[in-house]
Design a protein around this ligand. Structure first.
Ligand code: SF4
Length: 387
C-alpha cells in the first residue's frame, strides 16, 4: 500500500487528483502538434497504453489550429504545454482540461509586464474554462532572477520559484493546480520535492525526472526518484520521460504503472553504490519542438558508441531542439542539440560547431577522448599511457 497523501483534492475535468485519488499516470506527445496526422496517431498510442492525461505542446498559431481539430477527435484528457507563448492560453483553455506553464518561460514575451500579472491572467483563463493548471518548474530553465539569486543551489531555486508561483496563483483565488519540480538528476528531484512539500504539504505534486533519457537508464533514474517520493506519500500524478521511438511512446505509461504497482507492493530496487559515478547520458523525451526525426536514433548512437568512457564521471546531454537545447546543455560536459539539418556540439557552455547528423558523432568522440585524456593527465592533456 502506498502511504496516504496530505494534498488537497483537485480535478482535471472529471479526473480527481490529489488527496486520496489514485495517482494519475500521464505522458506527452513527441510530435509537432501542427502535424495533425502524427499527433492524432501519437494520442491514440498513449490512449491505448492507458494514459490518464496526454500533454501536447503549443507554441504557435499553427499548433493552435491543430488543437482545434484534435479536441473533437479524442475524449482523452488533454493538457497543453504553453512553452513560450503563454498568451495562447486564451484560445487554448476552452479546448483543453489543463494548462501547464513554466515560470522560466514567462519573461520572453511582454518583458515589461509583471510576472504577477501574467500568472493572474493565466489563472483567470484556467478558472473561466474549468481547467486545471500546472506550475512546471524545470532546473534547465529557471527564471533569470532565481538563476542569479540561487546560482549554486538548484534545489533552493526550484523550491523558491514554485512557492512564489503558488502564492501568485492563490492571490487570484485559484487553487485547482499542481506543481512539478523537475531535474535530470533524480537525487535533486527527491530533495526539491521533499523541501517543497515540507512547506506546502497541501499542494498536489506532479513527479518526473526530466531528460531521464533512453531505457533502461532512464527508467532506473526515474525509479530512484519515484521510490523515495511515493513511499513517503509524495506524488499525485507522474510522468516517466523516456527517449523512445514514436511507436513505443506508450512505454512511458506502462513503466509508470509498473512502478506504482511495485512500490505499492514494497518491491523496491536497490541501486548499487557508485551508480552515479560513471558516464551519465541524459536525453530529452522529445516533444513538438523536435524538427528532425533522427533525434532518438542520435541519442541511441551516443549511448551505443560511448561505452569506452563508461567509467568516466562525464555527463553528455542530447537535446531535441534549438529552443531549449542550447540552455539545457550548458551544465553538461558535452552537449548535443538538434536543429532541422545540423546538430550543434558543445563543451560545457562553449559551442564547438554544428555538423550534419552523420558527422557529429565523430566530433563528439574527439571531444570525449580529449576530456578523458585531460583527466588522466591534467597537465598535458595526454593520456598517461606510454605510446
Ligand atoms: S529539449 Fe526541446 S525537444 Fe526536447 S523535450 Fe525540451 S523542448 Fe522538447
Amino acid at each position: 500500500m502506498l502511504p496516504p497523501r496530505r494534498t488537497r483534492a483537485i480535478t482535471v475535468r472529471h479526473l480527481p487528483l490529489g488527496a486520496q485519488a489514485p495517482i494519475a499516470v500521464q505522458s506527452m506527445a513527441a510530435t509537432q502538434t501542427a502535424d495533425l496526422e502524427r499527433t492524432l496517431e501519437q494520442v491514440a498510442i498513449l490512449e491505448a497504453a492507458g494514459a490518464d492525461i496526454i500533454r501536447l505542446a503549443v507554441d504557435s498559431r499553427a499548433d493552435l489550429a491543430a488543437m482545434e481539430r484534435i479536441r473533437p477527435a479524442t475524449d482523452a484528457l488533454l493538457c497543453v504545454d504553453l512553452q513560450e507563448s503563454y498568451r495562447l492560453a486564451a484560445d487554448l483553455a476552452p479546448l483543453v482540461d489543463k494548462l501547464r506553464y513554466n515560470p522560466g518561460h514567462l519573461h520572453h514575451h511582454e518583458p515589461t509586464r509583471p510576472v504577477a500579472d501574467k500568472v493572474a491572467w493565466l489563472a483567470d483563463q484556467a478558472a473561466n474554462h474549468n481547467c486545471a493548471l500546472r506550475i512546471g518548474v524545470n532546473a534547465g530553465s529557471f527564471p533569470p532572477e532565481y538563476a542569479q539569486r540561487f546560482a549554486d543551489d538548484h534545489v533552493a531555486a526550484a523550491v523558491q520559484c514554485a512557492l512564489d508561483h503558488c502564492d501568485l496563483i492563490e492571490q487570484s483565488g485559484f487553487t485547482n493546480f499542481v506543481v512539478s519540480l523537475k531535474d535530470s538528476d533524480p537525487r535533486l528531484v527527491i530533495e526539491a520535492n521533499q523541501r517543497f512539500a515540507a512547506q506546502r504539504p497541501d499542494v498536489p505534486l506532479h513527479l518526473g525526472v526530466t531528460e531521464a533519457g533512453l531505457p533502461p537508464d532512464g527508467v532506473i533514474k526515474t525509479r530512484i526518484a519515484f521510490e523515495q517520493l511515493l513511499s513517503q506519500g509524495l506524488g499525485d500524478t507522474l510522468r516517466v520521460s523516456l527517449t523512445v521511438p514514436f511507436a513505443e511512446k506508450g512505454m512511458e505509461i506502462e513503466v509508470g504503472r509498473q512502478m506504482l504497482r511495485d512500490i505499492a507492493a514494497g518491491r523496491f530496487r536497490s541501486v548499487p553504490q557508485g551508480f552515479f559515478d560513471g558516464l551519465n547520458i541524459i536525453a530529452c523525451p522529445s516533444c513538438s519542438r523536435v524538427e528532425n526525426d533522427s533525434f532518438v536514433a542520435l541519442a541511441e548512437e551516443v549511448k551505443r558508441t560511448t561505452t569506452y568512457a563508461a567509467d568516466e564521471k562525464i555527463t553528455i546531454a542530447v537535446m531535441g531542439c534549438r529552443v531549449n537545447g542550447p540552455g539545457e546543455t550548458d551544465n553538461a560536459d558535452l552537449g548535443l542539440w538538434c536543429g532541422p539539418r545540423l546538430v550543434t556540439l558543445k563543451r560545457g557552455a562553449r559551442t564547438i560547431g554544428s555538423w550534419p547528423f552523420a558527422e557529429v558523432l565523430e566530433k563528439l568522440h574527439t571531444e570525449l577522448r580529449q576530456i578523458v585524456a585531460e583527466r588522466a593527465c591534467p597537465t598535458t592533456g595526454q593520456s598517461g599511457e606510454s605510446a
